[in-house]
Ligand binder design. Structure first.
Ligand SMILES: Cc1cc2nc3c(=O)[nH]c(=O)nc-3n(C[C@H](O)[C@H](O)[C@H](O)COP(=O)(O)O)c2cc1C
Length: 379
């Protein structure tokens, strides 16, 4: 199979993964309108082509929260990454590390913090959900701090899980789910051997460590359903801000008023995100939400953005719309599922190449020069 883009990696991932996993990654909430808009709205952003300015020297690096990033990109937190490739969090994190960008571990990863962090040359980022089980949250923060995690990504757009119809149909949840998953696994032998057999244990590593018992995939939906906390408000975040010593970034901001609240709260950054279209369907794409948020808070807080980025040109578009840095979810997960860590490395190299082409043809020599001036203003 010829691989030249995220689209190719998506197709390769679909071949390799049992359907319950592929659709868990690929799907979104309800009619998946926002999922589609994330990609389409970004692809519709037109940049001004500029030429003949000697673009032989380009710098794609940025400084963020005291860290140097080789690209204005970090890997978004993705739950169950160790189910898509053998010990997938380790493979994705080491690929990101080698490229010089941060990996963000999800709270609901397969590998625990302690399995991944020591293998990296740079500090990992860690994502925390607001869970009713505050004991877990405190324990996770203490362990993250002990493991040298630099940045805390606090996800706030999941006080309740979104309705994802594909999961019920695919066997991720719904009737006879365990039996359906088993049957799908044995008909996908490459995955069954690499991950099903050699990638064990299949537990939620961080939660299992905390509870001192294995929390399996079978328990995953139940645990999350029972533990998401709809009562959460800014007030509840204060103890975390006081407890956590490093930068704290709020993930799941889509409205300028919430962005201003994040500034008032004292967060170091926000991530403009709709969770990749997996939560409230019909909300604005990140690409469309971003400019108003940037107008409201740019310069007062670091603005990161994800949801819909599929190539290096999209990274430049998101920066031109107002982000200081971007994050990617499905793009690297498809590559990981298809080819493991080597796939993530290749994907990151592709993103860099595409970013360089976009920078060359818009005549920007470094990331600071990627501003709203690059946007074609219609009319
Ligand atoms: C399979 C999957 C699992 C995810 N799990 C988490 C998670 O555990 N925590 C979190 O904050 N976001 C999670 N997300 C959302 C991503 O962090 C990110 O916001 C989203 O994937 C960005 O959109 P993109 O996939 O279009 O790049 C998940 C996304 C996917 C696709």
């Amino acid at each position: 199979m010829i691989i030249s883009s995220t689209t190719d990696y998506r197709a390769a991932a679909q071949k390799r993964l049992p359907p319950f996993l592929f659709h868990y990654i690929d799907g979104g909430a309800y009619a998946e309108k926002t999922l589609a808009r994330n990609v389409d709205d970004l692809a519709d952003v037109a940049l001004r082509q500029r030429v003949l300015k000697d673009m032989s020297q380009l710098d794609t690096s940025i400084e963020l929260f005291g860290e140097k990033l080789a690209l204005p990109v970090a890997l978004s937190p993705v739950g169950l990454t160790g189910m898509y490739a053998r010990r997938g969090e380790v493979q994705a994190a080491t690929a990101a590390d080698a490229k010089g960008i941060p990996f963000t571990m999800s709270s609901v990863s397969v590998c625990p913090i302690e399995e991944v962090a020591p293998k990296l040359g740079r500090p990992m980022w860690f994502q925390l959900y607001v869970l009713k089980d505050r004991g877990f949250m405190k324990n996770a923060l203490e362990r993250a701090q002990a493991a040298g995690v630099s940045t805390l990504v606090f996800t706030v757009d999941m006080p309740v899980p979104g309705a994802r119809y594909r999961d019920a149909h695919s066997g991720m949840s719904g009737p006879n789910a365990a039996m359906r998953r088993y049957l799908q696994s044995v008909t996908h032998p490459q995955w069954a051997l690499d991950v099903g057999l050699l990638g064990r244990p299949h537990t939620l590593g961080n939660i299992s460590t905390y509870l001192s018992k294995n929390v399996s995939l079978e328990d995953y939906m139940g645990y999350l359903g029972a533990n998401f906390d709809p009562s959460i408000s800014w007030k509840d975040l204060e103890w975390i801000r006081d407890f956590w010593k490093g930068p704290m970034v709020i993930k799941g901001i889509l409205d300028p008023e919430d962005a201003k609240d994040a500034v008032r709260f004292g967060a170091d950054g926000i991530i403009v995100s709709n969770h990749g279209g997996r939560q409230l369907d019909g909300v604005l794409s990140s690409a469309r939400a971003l400019p108003a948020i940037a107008d409201a808070v740019k310069g007062q807080i670091k603005i990161l953005a994800d949801s819909g980025i599929r190539n290096g040109l999209d990274i430049v578009r998101m920066l031109a719309l107002g982000a200081d840095c971007t994050m990617i979810g499905r793009a690297y997960i498809y590559a990981l599922a298809a080819e493991g860590g080597a796939g993530v490395t290749n994907l990151l190299n592709l993103l860099e190449k595409e970013m360089r082409v976009a920078m060359t043809l818009t005549s920007v020599k470094n990331v600071a020069e990627i501003t709203g001036d690059l946007l074609v203003r219609e009319g």
